[in-house]
Design a protein around this ligand. Sequence first.
Ligand code: ZN
Length: 515
Amino acid sequence: MSFKPVKRVEAIVVGWGRVLYAGSNDIAKSVAGLLGGDIVDLNGATVLPGFIDSHIHLDELGLQLGMLDLRGVRSIRELKERLREFSRSVDTLWIIGFGWDQELFEERRWPTRWDLDEVVSNRPVILYRICMHVAVLNSRGLELASVSTIESPNVVRDDRGVPTGIVREDALNIVREKIEDSISVEDYKKILLRALNHLASQGVTTAGFVGCDPKVLKALTELWKERQLPIRVRVYLDFRKSWSFIDIARDVGLRSGFGDEYLKIVGVKLYADGSLGARTAWLSKPYSDDPSTSGYPATDPRDLRAAARKIHESGLQLAVHGIGDKAIDVILDIYQELPNAKAYRHRIEHASVLREDQIDRMARLGVAASVQPNFVISDWWALQRLGEERIRWLYPFKTMIEKGIAVGIGTDSPVEPANPWQTVYAAVTRGKYENVKHYKYTESQRLAVEEVLHHYTYGSAYILHEEENLGTLEPGKLADFIIVDRDPLKTDEKELKNIKVLATYVGGKHIWSKH
Ligand code: ZN
């Protein structure tokens, strides 16, 4: 993967959705005169290739963007008022909210289904508590999620044994799945559009959708057919709900690259382990703050190997979630066995705790990394989990790049904000200004602004197998670019997160601008 520094241009000539020329105003005029095409005069503004978020959950982001924010609400009465007003604006079946805290309520009690029924009775409502481990549903919601059939003490019941509407933990996980199942394709289209329009406003012109189940794919393909996709989507299928789809994909020859410039199927998402926060990421040695566990595999390694082989044989790219170094060992063992694996650029998602020998091995095997720099700051507690010796292995972006690993950048949104400038800031500063404890151990892994921009555009394009089409503004490539309010290369590092996108273009088409 070669380094393509961002270059300064005055004007771009766009024709047939592609860049015909990017450079000086004078030459732009003669190119447009000779070849046709439209001149986009940048008037001295800073233009950059659009960001390519290589790891994002479009369905979950769209759901989150459509939620009622109940943080700071002081009473059940206020909660009801807010719900009543919000319910009028919701055009999907479920009304979803989050952020309430009964500790703040002047009524000094938990909200119930009957409170919510007074406001909305004909449509399902679920309102998550601030912690997201507890929620309250109205009667229609309880009914649609079949809560009465869930045998668990975490479905709270009154003296008569009737569910009060409060559902917690494992029972809430079941409810969440039921809700997903009850969302129609029509509603998913609205949810996806919400996410895609939000990304356009953030300067993201291609989304690497890592984990798309068959129903959500149906919604996406309908939007695509109706030419409604504002930005480009690259899909990694998630077969967890129906493993038989792997065989179907292989039987029909659904290979990487199937689709067009707006929507393409690239590969399949699999999971090797969990998260550092929950101590479910799989480490080769026990957690420093809990020696009784080293985490564990999310998928039995034998099943992971069998699935990976089938997907590889189908001609699809693998994107395997691997956070702990033991999980990454397992993934690399699997990748090493696959014939001609280099050409597939199989990915490791997150690659959070990465030993030096693993960096060398990834480079040697041609394995790509999909990283999310925001985690460097939001995992501020990582030193406790890993201890002083291993903390140096945390998100070693600089070494990965120096050793020649193909690195693409993403956000894992809605886990982290989708705003690319927040991500650029995190990759450059690594928690320096947030007094993150591991900063001093991993300071040498800071990236320069031009490095982050390169890996957030060309780098992400490369790991999506799209470097011929996307990621730079060279003639012949798709004309995806953004105009920003200042030059990031001349911006103080503390201010990087405040850079604003002024306009977004996809295929030369102006799709968003700041008013
Ligand atoms: Zn993710």
